[in-house]
Ligand binder design. Structure first.
Ligand code: NAP
Length: 276
């Protein structure tokens, strides 16, 4: 039994997320062999880097006839082409192999329909900090996934950051809204803080450097001080009667929570729509 080390992986789609995962696997040496299918060929920035045990295919027919002896088939293509891609590779996927999808909105049922109801399937939602090993993936498994396969899937996802497992697939829409899309909200926060700094009289480039590094530093503190609730980190910056308190009185008493409630609800609803 392989326990998340020396597993054979097949990666279908080597774009942004696929490349991030590939880098993570190579760095953490979890793989034995990796078979990759992507019609665009090996990404340019990986051409001098990918070592021997990686076989790269651009033609689905050649991929299928090579019959990759993979334990896990990781599907990282856009949801819009999922149907065709699954059809083109289905013959290469053994019935006992784990299918691990990271595609937004694609349900476990849709993969059971494409590969068969006995197929072990894990549906996961990572996010873009995966590209520097700082992602977080939430995952849910169907009833065919063995404990050993779950450990293997966990190792595959841990190579790009942290993992959270849930039992209820319907939570994935809200999870996508919080952590899948979440990096965009934080980047927007940097933009908004810099813009507000400009309005308060700062040169634009200085305001952007200040806002950017403030989010970087605050994130690093949130990562380091895991024993403290985030509210304590906030309070530690807030002295009574001081500048932070003046700003927080505006932010916390105002529409910020309502805006976030609406934003997360909109993203959750869109995730549900995409899954239908
Ligand atoms: N990016 C994110 O923030 C994020 C977060 C969580 C989940 N996801 C999910 O991750 C998946 C991949 O997203 P991404 O951002 O990595 O997209 P991406 O950069 O476009 O990568 C998809 C890759 O699949 C390739 N491809 C196209 N047709 C294929 C085929 N028939 N067989 C194999 N590969 C094929 C594409 O090649 P071409 O470019 O030549 O078409 C591209 O290299 C999506 O389902 C998305 O929902 C993304």
């Amino acid at each position: 039994m392989k326990d998340g080390k020396n597993i054979n992986l097949a990666l279908i789609g080597c774009g942004k997320m696929g490349t991030a995962m590939l880098r993570g696997w190579l760095a953490s040496s979890i793989e034995n062999r990796i078979y990759i299918l992507d019609p665009a060929g090996i990404p340019e920035d990986l051409q001098d880097y990918v070592p021997n045990p990686v076989s790269f295919f651009t033609d689905p027919a050649k991929f299928v006839s090579a019959a990759p002896a993979a334990d896990i088939f990781i599907i990282a293509v856009k949801p819009q082409i999922m149907e065709n891609v699954c059809r083109s590779i289905a013959k290469a996927v053994p019935r006992s192999a784990l299918v691990l999808s990271i595609a937004a909105g694609q349900t476990i049922t849709s993969f059971e329909r494409r590969f068969g109801t006995a197929q072990p399937v894990v549906r996961a939602m990572p996010n873009t900090p995966a590209s520097i090993g700082e992602g977080i993936s939430a995952a849910v498994a169907n009833g065919n996934v063995t404990e050993n396969q779950k450990e293997q899937a966990d190792a595959v996802l841990k190579s790009i950051g942290k993992t959270e497992w849930v039992d209820d697939e319907s939570l994935l829409d809200a999870i996508t809204a919080v952590s899948g899309s979440g990096p965009a909200y934080v980047f927007l926060l940097i933009e908004i803080m810099a813009e507000a700094g400009c309005k308060a009289g700062l040169p634009a480039d200085l305001a952007m450097r200040l806002a950017r590094q403030t989010v970087v530093g605050a994130s690093a503190l949130a990562k380091k001080e895991t024993a403290l609730p985030v509210s304590s980190l906030r309070q530690s910056v807030t002295s009574p009667g001081g500048t932070t308190e003046a700003a927080l009185r505006v932010l916390m008493g105002g529409p910020m929570q309502r805006l976030f409630d609406e934003a997360i609800a909109a993203a959750t609803a869109r995730g549900k729509e995409l899954g239908n």
